[in-house]
Write a protein that binds this ligand. Sequence first.
Ligand code: SF4
Length: 396
Amino acid sequence: MYLRNGRAAIIDLSTGDLRERELTEDALSGEMSSLELSSSLSAENGGALVLGSGLLTGSLVPAACAGMIFSPDEDGEGMVSPIMGMAGVELKLSGFDFIVIKGESPEAGYLWVRDGIAEFVPLPEMLEMDSWARTDRIRVDQGDRRIQVIASGPFGDGKHISSRLVTNHWLGEDEVGLASAFGKRRLCAVAFRGMGELEVADPEAHFASSVNLQKDHIMKLGASEGLASYFGGADADHFKEIRHRVIGCFGCPHPCRSYAKVNEDPGKMSMGVSEPGYLHYDIPSLKAAFDAGIDSVDATRIMMACSKAGVDPISVLSALGKDAIGMDLAELISKSSLFGAMDRSRLQGSFTGAVSDSKSYSRCISLGLCPRYWGKVGFDISSASLSIESAIGKLL
Ligand code: SF4
């Protein structure tokens, strides 16, 4: 089976039971198969939370980095968030195409997945930690700094309407509020490490066709300016002054991620303090801060605090404006009754709105492609047909 593991892990948090379910190639290989399978696996397991990867995630198709999180909302509709950076690929390389999480744990803790093994680790003291401390604790306890962690924070624990999931310290992907689905299950984080391998149908043809496609894209897109390539606000001098470096997700030739340092000299390459800054790619939140008249240094500090709390910065900025400057976690929690739900899907720079319509967004996520990148270069899947066919052994 190309680019797939052929199995899902199903863990019941209420009992700790783990079972595996085999998935057929037919079920896994359609262009909407990942979202359809997420939805059906969730329904089969009582409205479970499902983490998964796309058909092409981990291939050499440009920006094939996306994984996904799926959960039904109160109306039974699906809420979907992408998982970016290296996390989507590491999830696929953990040995499972999908991780299905059902039930509620009797005590708080995190799910730990690697090498085809999934286990729930009870750790009630995690409820006292913010999302950054949860991520750091898991990496220390499991002895690997490259472990990918999707964490909720205190707002997710409280199932707050403005709570958001945090991926490896950073906010931006969860535009629908999936942190509450973690809180409901006493699930503080899901951690995974991918050491497996994937097969493609014709490795040489896949490499050559993907490199050619990438060259075409680079010609079309021009030089990368990091976040400023996707959001004009990041071209401001006050943002350039704190920009440290540009970081791409797996396989992205035109990255949007700009790391900014505010707690030490941005010109210094090494990291001298434990919390030097923030990885900016949450365009709607940064725009909301700039629109409120907040400069890049203060906006970065607000986003650091919101990320630790696991709360949507737009909700915070809408309620507090400039009063959000300098607030720490305890102060954000004390103001939580002021923060409402935000519909981010139509906001400028959102992942959801990066492509022309909701169907294209669903296709991108199901295929494992970054909607932001493909929205910029032009989402025409036929342009990638050689690269895709050489990976999966057939046309979509
Ligand atoms: S455009 Fe940004 S979010 Fe998308 S793959 Fe590239 S770096 Fe990642």
